[in-house]
Design a binder for this molecule. Structure first.
Ligand SMILES: [Zn+2]
Length: 292
């Protein structure tokens, strides 16, 4: 009779573990796509394999948005977000046109009633165009929250939409020196601020403080470069326009605007251009799926 060594059970265990390891590796080698898909399932994804999202937003509710910006977008079947304050003359005079704009798929966003801003900037510069009664220094947090709530009601009367996004007026979020960001979270699905940057990281983004680039007198090429930055980072680029081809004291030429739009249209396979509400709905659902 052959005598088995005492270490046999241990040797068998080692062989068994080696077999398991080989079997796992073999499976991985047979289906290389599986681990890539699993990896993708854990990372932030844009719809239809896009690499980045772009939002074109237009502030202050002026006629040029109805007559120039929106037609430029519609020529290539893109849609934008239009932030009109309740005191906008265009909104009062051409309400049916604004309603029709939303019916064609654009977004009408909240930009307050009276367009309050900080009047005296931290560097001492004074916004002389702003009437003192609409200076954020003289507001309270509850006052701006109440104003934005009424603006939501006004806009719902125009377009019938129960949900809204917000664009901070002058990108300011202090009333009486106090932040009102937390107070207004329940009023909006998302909110856009300034900062002149792309979104750095979709996971850590505060959806009520989404950065944007306030474009004034810039070329189409410079705006395309901004989009490419977001493509490289896999995040989103938000543009804050005021006038397009005139009509405001902050303008971008129509030619530059069209150049950007042509680029977005030509690269639909990798850039998703949507309204701010649409893109932020996707951001919220992706973040929910990924658990952050
Ligand atoms: Zn504004």
């Amino acid at each position: 009779m052959i005598k088995l060594p005492d270490s046999l059970p241990f040797v068998c265990l080692i062989f068994f573990l080696c077999f398991l390891n080989c079997s796992n590796n073999c499976q991985a080698n047979q289906s290389p796509g599986k681990s890539a898909v699993q990896e993708g399932e854990k990372t932030f994804q844009w719809p239809d394999g896009a690499r980045a999202a772009v939002c074109l937003t237009y502030d202050d509710g002026i006629d040029g948005h109805l007559d120039i910006a929106a037609p430029d977008l519609e020529e290539v079947n893109l849609r934008g977000s239009f932030y009109a304050q309740g005191s906008s003359h265009s909104l009062a005079e051409r309400m049916e046109d604004w309603r029709a704009l939303v019916d064609r798929g654009h977004e009408l966003g909240n930009h307050s009633l009276f367009h309050p801003c900080i009047r005296t900037m931290p560097d001492g510069e004074v916004r002389e165009w702003l009437r003192p009664e609409y200076a954020f220094e003289n507001y309270t947090v509850r006052q701006i929250a109440a104003e934005l709530k009424i603006a939501n009601t006004l806009l719902q009367a125009v377009d019938g939409k129960p949900e809204r996004t917000y664009a901070y007026t002058c990108s300011d979020h202090l009333a009486g020196g106090e932040s009102f960001v937390d107070e207004i979270r329940p009023l909006f699905t998302a909110a856009r601020t300034g900062g002149d940057n792309i979104v750095a990281d979709m996971r850590t983004l505060d959806i009520h403080l989404v950065p944007s680039w306030g474009v004034v007198d810039v070329s189409g090429e410079a705006m395309i470069d901004f989009v490419k930055k977001a493509e490289g980072a896999g995040t989103m680029a938000v543009f804050m326009f005021h006038g397009v081809g005139g009509g405001h004291n902050l303008n971008v030429s129509r030619e530059s605007h069209r150049k950007l739009i042509a680029y977005l249209n030509a690269h639909r396979d990798r850039i998703w251009t949507g309204t701010f509400a649409q893109v932020m709905d996707h951001v919220r659902s992706e973040r929910h799926r990924l658990g952050f």
